[in-house]
Ligand binder design. Sequence first.
Ligand code: 21W
Length: 250
Amino acid sequence: MYFAVITIFPEMFAAIRDFGITGRAVTQQQVMIECINPRDYTTDNYRRIDERPYGGGPGMVMMAQPLSQAIDDAKEQARLHGCRTDSKHCPVVYLSPQGRTLSEDSVLEMADYDGMILLCGRYEGIDERLLTQYVDLEISLGDYVLTGGELPAMVLMDSVIRRLPNVMGDDKSAVQDSFVDGLLDCPHYTKPHEFAGMAVPEVLLSGHHANIAKWRFCQQVERTKARRPDLWQAFSPTAEQARWLKEQSR
Ligand code: 21W
């Protein structure tokens, strides 16, 4: 999958390109991440990308012209990397507080794209005419205030990359994770047997795989009821889970 990121802070993207599972996906060429700096498309001597807002008020607004040329170049790069560049296969996504909140369902849909062009805003935002002309999707991370779209772009890429085929290797947790089956995760334990006076739950040492699976599911249920009643309300169990729930309520 191809990602072009339009950003005035390309160095930030080392965080996703050079480390961990996402870094490995880049090395193995399952993912390509290219940063395009709108400052490289300015025409004035000061390389200005922002100006004061028409109508007055605080803060600065990113100008349309450098961004439009950066996006045109990103589309050309996407095409050279084999992407179909229409909005269905390689959308231009603006990370913005006005967008629809990112969800695991939308992440899974995005993992089917050929590529994505991610537009990161700074300052108060971007000239509306650029957004009208170029942006296909607008996505937020939630209702809290950040200083720009770069961290949200990396969050989006991280969540999409881990849903690509073969990226998680032998790790089955990509499919059977919290939210994916609609419940929070169960607690985990590893060596040693005792830490800070606390032992590992007996059942996990029993080697009885059916009991362990049931115990873990019940832990998931208790935690979800307590911490995320909204998820519990929406949860629909499999046949086996329904049986476990019945056994538990007796
Ligand atoms: C935050 C720019 C707030 C402008 C209301 C009226 C991208 C983000 C961002 C940013 C303002 C995301 C105002 C969650 C985020 C992002 C920078 C507007 C003044 N408010 N998801 N006027 N939160 N944020 N501030 O901040 O670019 S996705």
